[in-house]
Design a binder for this molecule. Structure first.
Ligand code: 6PG
Length: 469
């Protein structure tokens, strides 16, 4: 019997879609799921692709059906399940068989697993796969981590199944160990921020302008034809246009405002703090999700203090202001995201290829957008330059930061919550303040802790004359 070129364990939504994608691109694949019935129903529903799929009821059968040196993709829930699956697999595998964790792993776990594999002398990859179910089936963005030689063994398959941007596969090796999963984590932090800023603009339209969901939908559709073109702008228009069959109301108007989170954006914020890399827009988005979960507290607060959101005067803001504010907020958010990627390099011994990161995010992933092509160009010209200082983006910020300020100021004045957009504005202002107020912090620290401070124009540490007060 012809051996499969690759194996996959875990036929949940993402795993099943990835397996079909691999088979569709012409690769023979063996599949296994802990629940045998799932494997059977997956195979029975695979149609013409069944000819390239070998369903296996045991790990032993899976391994026996794959050509050596084997490669096996794990699509199991992040965390202990991955370690358990690796522990179950390793004793059955040959020394040069490759395990590929393609789940949403915490990159610190992937760093550990890569180190354990290296010690054992066995191959291991951790790859970030972005694009949800649709992406997994028809073309995700793939961010690889591990030894380059191990990536090269399966790169032809990963590039074949990945999304394409102008024919270029959105699949790249990012670096050793957890580099791929780290890039995916930053992708998800940016995803949270993009989604939050869109939600804040929706709030200004709904509560400030009094617009219906349908009107918001038309606005998002229009914005999606301009600089804000992106998957998230597109789907925001679609969800705003949707009607609830049960009530006939706008779907958005019947959905409870309590956001879920698997925690990927939170990991971004945690790591940024470890690296002292400022990502205030992403942190504001994670906090906004946490606050959305406190629905009862917010309802109590509204009863006590009165509802915050107020209707805006007709000429207070325009939809063009909102669009411009989102353009500025997006640039400032991605500036922070790419700066976080750079900050990880010395900490983890990586050399994350920032232009390539922007390129593989142009298609397939959740944050895919037209602006990412401009970011790829700007980063190619100067990978170490702060993205907002790239001429193209400096120009866009100069043209749009006034609108960001108007939207934030007007929203604040009228109780319309804009935590991510206001974080973007404050970051913009701080990044153009040559004389900040951190001298006051230095004086305070030296007063209570004798921590010392630098004097303008002088070297060495100094202390203030606080001792005699
Ligand atoms: C992707 C998505 C995906 C993410 C889910 C849920 O890139 O395909 O980012 O990986 O896990 O969208 O994420 P949250 O539950 O954290 O919102």
């Amino acid at each position: 019997m012809t051996k499969s070129e690759i194996g996959l364990i875990g036929l949940g939504t993402m795993g099943a879609m990835l397996a079909l994608n691999i088979a569709e691109k012409g690769f023979a694949i063996s599949v296994f799921n802990r629940t045998t019935a799932t494997t059977k129903s997956f195979f029975d529903a695979s149609g013409d692709l069944a000819q390239r799929i070998t369903p296996c009821d045991t790990l032993e059968a899976l391994i026996a059906s794959i050509a050596r040196p084997r490669a096996i993709i794990l699509m199991v829930p992040a965390g202990e399940a991955v370690d358990e699956q690796i522990a179950a697999l390793r004793p059955l595998l040959d020394k040069d068989d490759l395990i590929i964790d393609a789940g949403n792993a915490n990159f610190n776990d992937t760093n550990r697993r890569a180190a354990e594999a290296a010690t054992a002398g066995v191959p291991f990859l951790g790859i970030g796969v972005s694009g949800g179910e649709e992406g997994a089936r028809h073309g995700p963005s793939i961010m690889g981590g591990g030894d380059k030689a191990h990536w090269d063994r399966v790169a032809h398959i990963l590039r074949a199944i990945s999304a394409k941007y102008d024919g270029t596969p959105c699949a790249t090796w990012m670096g050793k160990g957890g580099a791929g999963h780290f890039v995916k984590t930053v992708h998800n932090g940016i995803e949270y921020a993009d989604m939050q800023m869109i939600a804040e603009a929706y709030g200004v339209m709904r509560d400030g302008f009094g617009m219906t969901a349908a009107n918001c939908a038309a606005t998002f559709d229009r914005w999606n034809k301009g600089p804000l073109q992106s998957y998230l702008t597109e789907i925001s228009g679609k969800v705003a246009a949707a009607t609830d069959a049960k009530t006939g109301k706008a779907m958005l108007d019947v959905i409870l405002d309590r956001a879920g989170q698997k925690g990927t954006g939170r990991w971004t914020a945690i790591e940024a703090q470890h690296l002292a890399a400022p990502i205030p827009v992403i942190e504001a988005a994670v906090t906004a999700r946490n606050l959305s979960a406190q629905l009862d507290t917010r309802t109590e607060g509204e009863a006590l203090f009165g509802a915050a959101p107020q209707r805006l005067a007709a000429d207070a803001l325009s939809l063009d202001d909102l669009e411009a504010a989102l353009i500025a907020g997006k640039i400032l958010c991605y500036t922070q995201g790419f700066a976080l990627l750079s900050a990880a390099n010395p900490a983890f011994g990586w050399d994350l290829p920032l232009p390539e990161v922007a390129r593989v995010w142009r298609e397939g992933c959740i944050i895919r957008s037209s602006m990412l092509n401009d970011m790829a160009s700007a980063l190619s010209d100067a990978p170490d330059r702060n993205l907002m200082f790239a001429p193209f983006f400096t120009g866009l910020l100069q043209a749009n930061h006034g609108a960001l300020r108007r939207v934030v100021a007007t929203s604040m004045t009228n109780g319309l919550p804009v935590p991510a957009l206001s974080a973007a504005l404050s970051y913009f202002d701080i990044m153009r303040t040559g004389r900040s107020t951190a001298n006051m912090i230095q004086a305070q620290r030296d007063f209570f802790g004798a921590h010392g401070f630098e004097r303008i124009g002088e070297t060495g540490a100094h202390h203030g004359p606080w001792g005699n007060h």
